[in-house]
Design a protein around this ligand. Structure first.
Ligand code: NAD
Length: 495
């Protein structure tokens, strides 16, 4: 059992109990209550926003040169890495994920801070071409207070992807973790708080404000001092946030849901494709926005490929995230497991055939846990709900296709456009398909590889705006143009 930090949250630079309802956060491996976190209230959000605005405007932060801000980010990255084992254990307890995955997520958060620091140190402001007797410059300035709202599936990595560029851009941040998984964000907040204290900077530069339901997130989005929203979560929530941001005329980046196609062409390396398709959907127990949840296999090898896949899926080791042998860990919460089970029931009602899984595993090992067996379904048209709606669990739906035009039509027949996997030995076909599929990220002969240096975003209902990449800090800044007269040429109305 990892050491659970105190149940306080970080409001206006201070650790204290929030004024909202308590959150009892649960270990989904066995259902035990891990901690009771005293969530924030709307009044806490208001106090945190005012303190954050003052912190962002404080000369010791506002006037800190980019290379000095970078030093703060490097230090946070180093501290996260030093504590990677503790952070991983805490996140495994709170989310159920395997320790291998949560350790990788902690290290990726450390890497995000370092990458952002390096980008900050090397960012340049441009002198733009002059069209008259003046010098023109394009500069970037902090926005002030940024709201960062995250889902439960990869807390520390999503936290870093917003907090690092927001701080790098000279802002203060109000971070809202998901109700089911507040613990690792609070532990991350303690590390950032420590660095800010050691560097003599305002500790209100980061608030960590867990909340029940939508109350806290909504209070952050609507707060008049919050000038930019970074959101990752479901599409319906993203729309609500976009509407609220539009009312205030502030920018919002939205990383939303997905129903990503993974395509096995007739010329694929079958061994590689089998492993890739399984990893693409069943790692993280399918609780990944980029999960390859719709499998399209060329008709000529559909039966053999899907038959072999089902054999291998039956062999996947289901168990607690703390067991090094586990491949498929419990889902994040019992309520979510029930929602996944309901989606499979709907598929059956629509005439689907469950080829494996389709139930919670039985036995002492799984008692009290939010487990669900990895599941493969077929015999459904692409219009079936399980082919169109995001399940966000270990459920793969398989469909055959006859030719490339049919494949593209089926793959693009989705409201989502987040990711796509293509398994083929034909480089030209990979290029053609990669360009024709509507998705923000396309993997060819690989899947779910991620790099902070590569921009990431969704098309259609999968999102708006880009995270990561060399310009990640610019997304959390305002651009300003300066014109500076260079000679005494009189303006038209000068006497
Ligand atoms: P969710 O939309 O229910 O909640 C996300 C966050 O928004 C939580 O912190 C929640 O408290 C907050 N929230 C809820 N209502 C709000 C409102 N009206 N205003 C402001 N904040 C509000 O999502 P979830 O169930 O926590 O996460 C699963 C979803 O996240 C899936 O759809 C998944 O695809 C998506 N996701 C997307 C990406 C991506 O990068 N595209 C990454 C991970 C997860």
């Amino acid at each position: 059992m990892p050491r659970i930090p105190a149940d306080e949250i970080l409001i206006a630079g201070q650790w204290r109990l929030g004024g909202g309802l308590p959150i009892h956060t649960v270990d989904p491996a066995d259902g035990t209550v891990l901690a009771t976190v005293h969530a924030a209230s709307p009044e806490d959000v208001n106090e945190a926003a005012h303190a954050a605005a003052a912190a962002a405007a404080a000369p010791e932060w506002r006037d800190l040169r980019p290379h000095r801000r970078a030093r703060v980010l490097y230090r946070i990255g180093d501290l996260i890495e030093e504590h990677a084992d503790d952070l991983a254990a805490l996140q495994t307890a709170d989310t159920g994920k395997t320790l291998a995955e949560t350790r990788a997520l902690a290290l990726s958060a450390a890497g995000t801070f370092r990458y952002t620091a390096a980008a900050l140190e090397t960012a340049e402001e441009a002198i733009t071409p002059s069209r008259g007797p003046y010098l023109t410059m394009s500069t970037y300035e902090a926005i002030g207070v940024v709201g960062a709202i995250n889902p439960w599936n990869s807390p520390i990595a999503s936290d870093a992807q917003k907090v690092a560029p927001a701080l790098g851009g000279g802002n203060a941040v109000l971070l809202k973790p998901a109700e089911w998984t507040p613990l690792v964000s609070l532990a991350f907040g303690r590390l950032v708080h420590r660095v800010l204290t050691e560097e003599g900077l305002p500790t209100a530069l980061l608030a960590v404000l867990p909340g029940k339901g939508r109350v806290v997130g909504d209070a952050i989005v609507r707060h008049p001092l919050v000038g930019r929203i970074g959101f990752t979560g479901g599409t319906a929530t993203g729309r609500a946030i976009a509407r609220a941001a539009a009312d205030k005329l502030v920018p919002a980046s939205l990383e939303l849901g997905g129903k990503s196609p993974t395509i096995v062409r007739e010329d694929a390396d079958v061994e590689q494709a089998l492993a890739g398709v399984m990893y693409g959907i069943f790692s993280s127990s399918g609780q990944s926005c980029i999960a390859g949840s719709r499998l399209f296999v060329h008709r000529s090898l559909y039966d053999s490929f899907v038959g072999e896949l089902v054999e291998r899926v039956r062999e996947l080791r289901v168990g607690p995230g703390t067991d090094p042998g586990t491949q498929v860990a419990p889902l994040v919460h019992h309520a979510h497991r029930d929602a996944v089970a309901a989606a499979v029931d709907r598929a059956l009602e629509e005439g689907g055939r469950v080829l494996c899984g389709g139930a919670a595993p039985e036995g002492e090992r799984y008692a009290g846990g939010a487990y669900y067996l990895p599941t493969v379904i077929d015999s459904l048209p692409n219009s079936a709900r399980v082919c169109q709606e995001e399940v966000f669990g270990p459920v793969l739906v398989a469909l055959p296709y006859a030719d490339e035009d049919e494949l593209v039509a089926l793959a693009n027949d989705s409201v989502y456009g987040l990711a796509c996997g293509i398994w083929t030995r034909d480089a030209r076909a990979a290029w053609r398909l990669g360009r024709r599929i509507e998705a923000g990220t396309v993997w060819i002969n690989t899947y779910k590889q991620f790099s902070i240096s590569t921009p990431f975003g969704g098309m259609k209902d999968s999102g708006l705006g880009i995270e990561k990449g060399r310009d990640l800090i610019r997304a959390y800044q305002r651009q300003k143009s300066l014109y500076w007269g260079t000679d005494a040429t009189p303006l038209p109305w000068a006497n």
